[in-house]
Design a protein around this ligand. Sequence first.
Ligand code: PLP
Length: 379
Amino acid sequence: MTFIPFNQSYLCGKESEYVSEAIGSRALSGDGPFTKKVQENISSLVGAGKSLFTHSCTAALEMAALLSNLVPGDEVIMPSFTFVSTANAFTLRGAVPVFVDIRSDTLNLDETLLEQAITVRTKVIVPVHYAGVSCEMGAIMNCAKTHNLLVIEDAAQGLYSSYKGKPLGGIGDMGAFSFHATKNISCGEGGAFVTNSSELGERAEIIREKGTNRSKFFRGQVDKYSWVDIGSSYLPSELNAAYLLAQLEVGQSISNKRLKIWGRYHDAFLRLEHDGFARRPIIPQECEHNGHIYYLLMPTLDSRDRFIAFMKEQGIGLSFHYVPLHSTEHAATCSRAASSMSNTDSLASRLVRFPVWPGVESELDYIIEKTYKFFGLSA
Ligand SMILES: *Cc1c(COP(=O)(O)O)cnc(C)c1O
């Protein structure tokens, strides 16, 4: 029996051709023709004025944190149910992550808890679009406007998803995407920073290029480039851009394949949910998603762990997800919780993710049958 892995990166077939072309060009440093095409592609997908290719979503979040002009002690509101980079990008600036609980339907930041979490030190709200399903951006943007806060979307999982027709990542002041191997489209390690603000976009270019105005120099807008601001190196080589471009060109169809698999699980597990064995994901009407994650919520932590172990014996790789940040030892040294974390604790401990990678289609009947078997039922 061959093992069905939880994840497998997609290969569209054109990656080698583009990477060879990049190698042949003898110009592999960043911001060459492949990077330009990648950025144009992302800008048009997201409807963003400026897109910058980065080494990772982590790097894009760090750029966003630098652009927020934070000083030590400033507060950044975010969910605890997220990847560490959402918080680390800001603790690197001496800012304090302030965690609020998540909604039980989407597992996204609960927008009704924002008001009570805001203090005189609050500067930024970071909505994380879990599973590529949008946060309640209407209420979040309104709250940010009222209190003069920046909104930085962690859209690591959100390319090809939208909220009320608006692509994720392009709704807030800044957005960050991931092209890590576990995401819908990838180049192994990669990311993008996006913004609609020309002011932030201009400074983002400088921060990404070691604090220099090198991009302006290349566009012929200045006759030499020099040190003009703080910065670091956040631009990847053309090799990464070449690989990613091949995937971006067919990105919508990759997401469509995942959505089909997502739909198969969702239909098959309707009866499980109806009979009270597990809960399926809930997609609000205003959200269009990209099939990034299919999960079930089991009754308890114990049943979740037993289910993962049972499926492993059947040759099926399932996976839990985040250890809530507020519950870690490190969190006590640099962050605080601004609400009860009961939804976060409960949902994170009961969540289990299924394989949704294109290619797993032929195994779905088997996976669904074994899921029903775990509960002592037949599919
Ligand atoms: C994957 C992910 C990240 C980190 O992405 P990298 O590209 O690996 O840095 C950050 N936030 C969320 C929500 C993610 O899913």
